[in-house]
Every structure is written in C-alpha cells, then in structure tokens.
Design a protein around this ligand. Structure first.
Ligand SMILES: *Cc1c(COP(=O)(O)O)cnc(C)c1O
Length: 230
C-alpha cells in the first residue's frame, strides 16, 4: 500500500500544479490534513512526513488526539466541524484555528473562553437555505462585525462545504460564490483566508482562490465510522 508520506507528496505536487495553472503563488495554499476517523498513529506518520496542520470535526476526538500527540510540538489543530456552544471551552484548549463559526452567539462564547488570541473563519451556507450548517450570506455582515469587535478573536476568512461535495466541477460555482462574497465583504485585506476544497475538488478550489484546502481521504484512505461524541 502507498504510504501516507507518498500520498502527501502527491497532493502537495497536485496543489502546486493547480496554483501555478491559476497563476497563483503555490505558497499561498496551505494543506490541512483532515484526520477525523483516523488514528493518532496515522497523524504521527503524516507529522513525521512534514505535515503540520490537521483538521478535526468533533471536539472530543480533537482533544483526545491533541493529548496523545502533545509531543508533536509544531502540530496545529484546526476545528472544521460544526461546533456547539457548550464545547467552546474544550475546543479553545487545543485548536489553533476554528473554521466553523456560524453564529454571533458561538463567536461570543469562543471569545469568552479563549485563552490566547484565536484565529476564526466563518462557515458560510453558500448554497443557501438547503444547507444545514453555516451562516446565510445575508447574515454574514453581522457575524463578521461581531468577530471584529471581540477582543480575543482574530477574523481570518471564510469557509464552505459545497452541497455536492464529491463532484469537482459541480463545486466550482460554490467556490467562486464564496470568493465573490469575500470580495463584497472587504476582500483579502479583511478576509485573507478562503478555506475550501476537499479530496475530490481541491484543485478546482485552488483555481477559485482557496488558501486552505482540507483533504482527508486522499491522505489517509477511507475513514472508520465516527465515534459517538458522548
Ligand atoms: C471530512 C471533511 C473534509 C475532508 O474530506 P475528504 O473528502 O476526506 O477529503 C473536509 N472538510 C470538512 C468540513 C470535512 O468534514
């Protein structure tokens, strides 16, 4: 079987090629290895191959791995899954960045609990009402202002998960919609990061301006079923 190191190398190459094809600097695109449903040993293997940013969807799983991998000093955890307010206190202990803020209430709770300045991205429901998580585009302005007014939060950008994840060309319209929304809300100066693109569609996301791509399956292979949050 192909090693995690070899898969990482291939994704880095594909990411670089996609950036160059879009006349972008490849260094603008950072790879987040999504390790949900994978073992700490697999994360350790990716870390040994030079990977530093990892994404998790569930707070309990993130905390458990963060404790098991505490010796990996340069490792950064990104919270990319839906976050409940009552988990804010736990997530701020380990997460270097939260991509999935989707309400003013959650932003205020993270601000209250944050121990150090916390980089934040706002998850946008880019396909509108049909999606269950994310801020509707019409409500985005209010959430961005609340984050900027929060002393412990650092507004970094926008994130989306397109509804047809898995179909690369089908995702393009949603990625470009997120980029246009960013431009309507202050552009790169205010929102430097666009977190978009997964295993099936990261090259398209890079072509549309992604700065953070979140790739799981292509690095680690299929996931085991999700453990209960308890
Ligand atoms: C699981 C997940 C990913 C990674 O998905 P793959 O298709 O395995 O690359 C990226 N982003 C979010 C929000 C996820 O939940």
């Amino acid at each position: 079987m192909e090693t995690i190191a070899a898969r990482l190398e291939r994704i880095r190459e594909q990411s670089k090629a996609a950036a160059l094809a879009a006349q972008r600097d490849p260094l603008e695109v950072r790879l987040i290895a999504v390790s949900k449903g994978q073992s700490s040993a697999a994360v350790r293997e990716a870390y040994a191959a030079g990977q530093r940013d990892f994404g998790e969807n569930y707070v309990q799983e993130l905390s458990k791995k963060a404790e098991e991998l505490a010796d990996c000093a340069a490792l950064s955890w990104h919270m990319i899954g839906h976050l409940q307010r009552n988990k804010a206190k736990l997530v701020v202990r380990h997460a270097a960045c939260v991509h999935s803020v989707d309400s003013v209430e959650l932003a205020l709770e993270l601000d209250k609990r944050a121990l150090t300045p916390l980089p934040i991205l706002v998850e946008v429901s880019i396909a509108g009402e049909s999606q269950k998580s994310g801020v509707l585009p019409a409500a985005l302005g209010e959430v961005l202002s609340a984050i900027e007014a929060a002393p412990k939060l650092e507004l970094r950008g926008l994130m989306c998960v397109p509804p047809l994840a898995g179909d690369a060309e089908g995702s393009r319209q949603f990625f470009s919609a997120l980029r246009r929304l960013r431009d309507e809300h202050g552009g790169r100066a205010r929102l430097p990061e666009l977190s978009m693109g997964m295993t099936a569609d990261f090259a398209v996301a890079i072509a549309e301006g992604a700065t953070l791509i979140r790739v799981g399956t292509a690095i680690f292979g299929p996931r085991s079923a999700r453990e209960s949050e308890g």
